[in-house]
Ligand binder design. Structure first.
Ligand code: NAD
Length: 543
């Protein structure tokens, strides 16, 4: 046990490096990119600290160069899920007995490794495996990853400090126990940092974890495990398995010791997994925690008083950075007719300068979408829009998968505010715009609120404070992250806790203490310093 009320190092946001020509960070990442490209990685599952390979070896290719083999991973089966659960449960006692400061030290050290020794490697892995340009990799794999780790330690201590009142004669305490079983983490392809946090957040709070990364993120997932191991994370606390999502979900949800799901991904998959858990509710030792951050159909609402250059820039960046594959990406915009000529001109001029290609060429702003399935889905929306009588393709609309899965940033203009691309999550570089009459601001706010089932992020652009206030109130439930005169992407840990409600998830706000609260089960302790020795209360006495 610790014999001191230790203070933790104050959390801070990892500074984003510039990667300008000639900078040491640029030289370092270019070198590692070359090295990684020349190797064929061999990526086993990690169960109980052991490398596990199977006969089913599968290739990993770069989305921007699908003939380039980056490595192989080994596909597991249901038995591997069970092995990982057993390894986690075997590690549970020792891990939860470890004092909180030891757990904190491991993850603080991991943060320093991410920001230092491993920075170039985790960025390069994210660039090659997930097709991110260096800036997108840096803000995700280096900075947000380190931020999650450092801030979560601070949030943990804030939670531990949350203690009840003790009147004279007694001492009331709250013990923030880990959950009694294993947590299952399911991560998406698009953010290395999210994958890392889905596992690290419950583990920091004393839980043991089975992690099923997205197949499309395995290349950087192994670097996450290398970092955790070097930071001193004991074997079995986080176990990484490569299995079919549905198989993993089935084994997890039929195990009596399943105690929590930490999910980020699509609404459809989350709903399926939740249903399975519900069907099995009678078998669990304890009611499981279900945390899921899911899809979005994020809006930019523009008032006639807005500044056109700001709107256009927010759309160019907010809709197309990382090819629109951010859950927060701006994908529908509502522009007043009076402002539309100026906004469209500036935006189209900006888009015309965006270069597309491999992330290894640092002058490319746009890289490839993640895989062929995504490419077909996204281009399906483009082709349907091209053929539809009430829509028009204003920019982009071309695509090519001969070398990599490249799609031009595409802007659709629609006369129908309920057109499919105004409602559905596309998860690609496609922005749909609806131009409204200036005197229809309030009615359009109503449209923004009701058009899509999602409620993740959204922006209002205006200089008129009454308009901002109106949008703020009308759109109370339309976005869990609401931006005023800013693009709806780019939430920073410790600054804008992230998540949305409705079909966008349980809104447990990753990057805040709210998320960590889901990974503890409080025990209340009352200690009486002078226990009564007679059952009779004074009112029972004879007058
Ligand atoms: P996805 O839903 O296709 O996959 C997510 C994970 O679920 C993967 O690991 C996948 O293998 C697994 N999976 C698939 N079927 C499963 C099943 N039946 N049972 C259990 N697991 C299963 O999502 P994706 O394409 O990797 O990521 C994109 C989605 O994630 C988008 O919808 C995006 O909005 C969302 N997302 C949300 C946030 C957020 O914070 N709200 C952040 C990032 C991504």
């Amino acid at each position: 046990m610790s014999k001191g009320l230790y203070h933790i190092p104050l959390a801070y946001n990892e500074p984003i490096l510039s990667y300008a020509p000639g900078s040491p960070e640029r030289l370092a990442v270019k070198k590692v990119l070359q090295e990684m490209k020349q190797q064929v990685a061999d990526i086993p599952m990690i169960i109980g600290g052991k490398e596990v390979r199977t006969a089913d070896r599968r290739p990993i290719v770069a989305p921007h160069d699908h003939q380039h083999l980056l490595g192989y991973y080994y596909q597991g089966e249901a038995s591997h899920v069970l092995d990982a659960i057993n390894a986690a449960l075997a590690a549970r006692c020792a891990w939860q007995e470890l004092p909180w400061d030891s757990r904190a030290a491991i993850f603080l050290k991991a943060a320093d490794l991410v920001a230092g020794k491993y920075r170039a490697r985790i960025n390069a892995a994210t660039m090659l495996g997930q097709s991110k340009n260096i800036y997108q990799a840096e803000i995700d794999a280096a900075c947000e990853f380190a931020d999650f780790l450092r801030y979560n330690v601070q949030f943990m201590v804030e939670i531990y400090n949350e203690q009840p009142y003790s009147p004279p004669g007694q001492w009331n305490r709250m013990e923030w126990r880990p959950l009694e079983g294993f947590v299952y983490a399911i991560s998406p392809f698009n953010f290395t940092s999210i994958a890392a946090n889905l596992t690290a957040a419950p583990a920091l709070m004393g839980n043991v974890v089975v992690w099923k990364p997205s197949t499309q993120q395995i290349y950087s997932a192994r670097v996450i495990m290398e970092i955790f191991r070097e930071a001193g994370l004991p074997d079995g606390v986080i176990n990484m398995i490569f299995v079919d999502g549905a198989i993993g979900g089935k084994v997890m949800s039929s195990h009596k010791d399943f105690v929590g799901l930490h999910f980020t991904g699509s609404t459809e998959v989350f709903s399926k997994v939740w249903k399975k858990i519900g069907e099995n509710i009678m078998i669990y030792n304890t009611y499981p925690r279900i945390v899921g951050e899911t899809g979005g159909k994020d809006f930019v609402m523009v008032h006639p008083s807005a500044i056109a250059t700001q709107v256009a820039t927010a759309l160019s960046r907010g809709a197309f950075e990382y090819q629109g594959q951010k859950c927060s990406a701006a994908s529908r915009a509502y522009i007043p007719r009076s402002l539309w000529p100026e906004v469209s001109q500036i935006m189209l001029d900006q888009l015309a300068t965006l270069k597309i290609g491999t992330p290894e060429d640092f002058t490319n702003f746009i890289n490839a979408v993640i895989d062929e399935k995504a490419f077909e889905k996204i281009t399906g929306y483009i082709e349907r829009a091209r053929a539809h009588p009430s829509t028009q393709i204003l920019a982009g609309g071309h695509y090519d998968k001969s070398v990599g899965y490249f799609i031009e940033p595409t802007v659709i203009l629609t006369e129908d505010p309920m057109y499919e691309s105004m409602q559905e999550e596309i998860f690609g570089p496609v922005l749909t715009i609806y131009v409204y009459e200036d005197n229809q601001f309030e009615e359009t706010l109503e449209l923004v609120d009701k058009t899509s089932p999602y409620a993740l992020t959204g922006s209002i652009f205006a200089t008129d404070r009454f308009a901002i206030d109106k949008a703020f109130n009308k759109l109370t439930h339309a976005a869990g992250n609401f931006y005023i005169n800013d693009k709806p992407t780019g939430a920073v840990v410790g600054q804008q806790p992230f998540g949305g409600a409705r079909a966008s998830g349980t809104n447990d706000k990753s990057g805040s203490y709210l998320n960590l609260l889901r990974w503890v089960s409080a025990r209340t302790i009352k200690e009486n310093f002078s226990p009564p020795e007679d059952y009779k209360y004074p009112f029972l006495l004879e007058p």
